[in-house]
Design a protein around this ligand. Structure first.
Ligand SMILES: Nc1ncnc2c1ncn2[C@@H]1O[C@H](COP(=O)(O)OP(=O)(O)OP(=O)(O)O)[C@@H](O)[C@H]1O
Length: 222
């Protein structure tokens, strides 16, 4: 269960402070697929980056399974980022000199037995419809395939929360549908999934829609 209370992040532009995310209150239950929509610049990525533990909030609380991640030390935060949360970043974040299989394994190599990790990575790739792609390099894959590899990589440590920042941008309708179906399946298997999107077609897959408007979060459809 993820609970966010009065989460705020302010940045400084032209010498003046402005809130990119302002007093956001929300919660996501295990097994739910929740979408965040909103115009470019409304604060979606900033919200996701705070939940992922990549940037510190100016104020507010983020509780994941009763643990407030805003109070964690750097070491604890690194463990949280690696094990509790999966993050599918906007754009292509593959390591191009490594194979698809190594890319998926990378977040788990440090903490787990290499053989077990490789086995799980192969299973995840198969679930993503990418069986046989293990030894391929990312540059030889289509945009939709790369996105599915990044979903597998985000799931390698079995996170309680999966964040997907515009996972269907620049994909055609068929690939977008595949990505949303996979995210839906992941949520049905018990992971809380938070997805940001600009595409209205993606919303038919989600349980709840929230809207960011100039940093403020409003319920769009329960
Ligand atoms: N590090 C930063 N320093 C200053 N301003 C920032 C920083 N990061 C983001 N911003 C600003 O905060 C606002 C929210 O940005 P954010 O990237 O969260 O929006 P977004 O809703 O994800 O947009 P998009 O849909 O285009 O990805 C924007 O005005 C942006 O310029």
């Amino acid at each position: 269960m993820i609970k966010i209370d009065r989460l705020t992040k302010s940045f400084i532009r032209n010498g003046a402070e402005f809130p990119a995310v302002k007093e956001v209150v929300m919660s996501i239950e295990k097994g739910r697929l929740v979408a965040v929509i909103g115009q470019s610049g409304s604060g979606k990525t900033t919200l996701f980056n705070m939940i992922a533990g990549l940037i510190k909030p100016t104020s507010g609380i983020i509780t994941i399974n009763d643990k407030d991640i805003t109070t964690l030390s750097e070491k604890e935060l690194a463990k949280y980022r690696n094990q509790d949360v999966g993050y599918i970043l906007q754009g292509n974040s593959m390591l191009n000199n490594f194979t698809v299989l190594d890319n998926v394994c990378m977040p788990a190599y440090l903490s787990a037995c290499k053989e077990e990790v490789r086995l799980r990575a192969k299973e995840l790739l198969a679930e993503m419809g990418l069986k046989g792609y293990e030894n391929e390099y990312p540059k030889n894959l289509s945009g939709g395939e790369v996105k599915r590899v990044s979903i597998a990589r985000a799931m390698i440590n079995n996170p309680v929360l999966l964040l997907a920042d515009e996972p269907t941008s620049n994909l055609g309708p068929e690939n977008s549908r595949k990505v949303m179906e996979l995210l839906q399946k992941i949520s049905e298997n018990g992971t809380a999934v938070l997805v940001s999107t600009h595409e209205m077609e993606c919303l038919e897959y989600v349980d709840e829609i929230l809207k960011m408007q100039k940093g403020t979060l409003i319920k769009y459809r329960p």
